[in-house]
Design a protein around this ligand. Structure first.
Ligand code: HEM
Length: 440
């Protein structure tokens, strides 16, 4: 028995010393960058409530400045809201790899555009890009208008009741309806109550992935499966999400076959410009690849658009002066006739543009993104070694006093073209460079 205990003690000691050596070696390489000392194996003590993450990053920036080093589990992250470092990572054609934390979303996003790397990412990006051309989006304007009218009707009904509502609930249905139809040609009347199980599953799954990414123990697959109550929800949500992707693909195959008298998969429609046509018809991507991209785009487009629109309404409700000014611009552009809204006159609404830009700064829908350095990155006298995870804090970049005066204030005048504009890499709600948001 004594021998066994001694053996266990020796093993634990060896593992601990090995951990200390690795941390010491990595710290030595980045000794000029400050940061808290990690808890062995678990890294920095993360908050138990994911909503406390904002406080955690606020405190780290307050204590260590714009850039610090942080261990999340065993992995070393350079956490930064420094525009110069962010610029060097975003602009690079080399540092396009995601970090390991994105693997948590792989059962869902598989190896699609958001998570893939290397040649596969380059190939997919090239395949999807034509569907996001300005002229293609213009073709969907009628659809955007139809779903917007339904949203306004739904919000009007609530306004008539005079009760407080959570606008996100209505906007999420609108966003999903628009993305599903414009990207995948599937018309789901979500605002009339169809397909709600899908939205719920995406919301649940996204929340679980985010919670796991910042949890001390749920990140470990085995612990998550054995001890987390979320595991069951994670599994059932994934079933709903995957089933919907299969239905979309089957519908499209059926449509192609019907249009061609059942002979070959070739759509008879003149333009094959929507994302699903681009993938299935033009690029001849096999069904499993199409499945990956359906999951990726429905998530990437739905969640971000929902946040952006919900926060726009929220800020407008708090700033009546901005709301009035915007309303006047819309009325005068459309000559008081809202049915006259077109893609062209929408482009001419300059104040609307300022309001949206300021909202994306103040309420950055994607608050942080990560990349893993694929080779050493030298900046000044610091060399960030290959393999380092760079956590780019977009929300905190947009709130830093070095870049914005009174950063907590909602002020669309910041984006008035007559005023000096923020420089490119201090304003990146859609990221920038080769791996920026394809839906921007
Ligand atoms: C307000 C709305 C949106 C915001 C703020 C936003 C923001 C972002 C950001 C910050 C990234 C990460 C880029 C990086 O890692 O460097 C991203 C990626 C992405 N976004 Fe968006 N996004 C929005 C809407 C959309 C829409 C509508 C779609 C598609 C329908 C979309 C599709 C994607 C895809 C597929 C990626 C991954 C691109 C890649 O890795 O190559 N996004 N987005």
């Amino acid at each position: 028995m004594a021998t066994l205990v001694a053996l266990v003690v020796v093993i634990v000691l060896i593992v601990f010393l090995d951990w200390c050596y690795k941390v010491y070696k990595r710290n030595k390489q980045l000794e000029k960058i400050p940061g808290p000392w990690p808890v062995p194996f678990f890294g920095y003590k993360l908050p138990t409530n994911v909503f406390d993450l904002k406080c955690m990053f606020d405190e780290l920036i307050e204590k260590y400045g714009k850039t610090c080093k942080l261990y999340i589990g065993e992995s070393l992250h350079i956490v930064t809201c420094d525009a110069n470092l962010i610029e060097h990572v975003m602009k690079s054609n080399v540092h396009i790899k995601r970090t390991k934390v994105y693997d948590l979303a792989k059962p869902w996003l598989k190896d699609g555009l958001i998570v893939s790397a290397g040649d596969k990412w380059r190939q997919r990006r090239k395949m999807c890009t034509p569907s996001f051309h300005f002229s293609v989006l213009k073709d969907f304007f009628t659809l955007f208008k139809r779903s917007s009218n339904t949203l306004i009707e739904r919000l009007d009904e609530q306004a008539d009741k005079g009760v407080e509502i959570d606008a996100r609930e209505f906007i999420s249905k609108f966003s999903f309806e628009v993305i599903a139809e414009s990207s995948f040609g599937i018309r789901i009347n979500v605002q009339n109550g169809e397909g709600l199980d899908y939205i719920k599953s995406v919301d649940n799954y996204a929340k679980i992935v985010f919670t796991r990414a910042f949890s001390m123990w749920k990140r470990f697959e085995i612990l998550f499966k054995l001890f987390s109550e979320d595991f069951k929800i994670h599994k059932s949500s994934l079933d709903v999400i995957d089933e919907k992707a299969k239905i979309i693909i089957q519908n499209k195959h059926d449509l192609y076959i019907n249009m061609n008298g059942g002979t070959e998969i070739l759509p008879a429609i003149k333009k094959n410009t929507s994302l699903i046509d681009q993938l299935m018809h033009n690029a001849k991507l096999p069904d499993d690849g199409v499945h990956e991209e359906i999951n990726n785009f429905l998530f990437a487009g739905y969640d971000t658009t929902t946040s952006a629109l919900s926060f726009t309404l929220f800020e407008l409700s708090k700033h009546r002066d901005v709301q009035e000014k915007l309303y006047e611009e819309i009325k005068s552009t459309l000559n008081n006739d809202f049915s006259k809204l077109t893609h062209e006159n929408l482009q001419s609404m300059k104040y609307l543009d300022q309001v949206v830009k300021e909202m994306l700064r103040l309420r950055t829908p994607v608050p942080l993104i990560e990349r893993e350095l694929e080779e050493d990155l030298k900046l000044g006298d610091i060399i960030y070694p290959k393999g380092t995870a760079i956590t780019m804090l977009l929300y905190w970049l947009h709130h830093h006093e070095d870049y914005y005066s009174e950063p907590e204030k909602f002020d669309p005048e910041r984006f008035n073209p007559d005023n000096p504009q923020p420089s490119t890499f201090t304003y990146v709600p859609f990221s920038a460079g080769p791996r920026n948001c394809i839906g921007e």
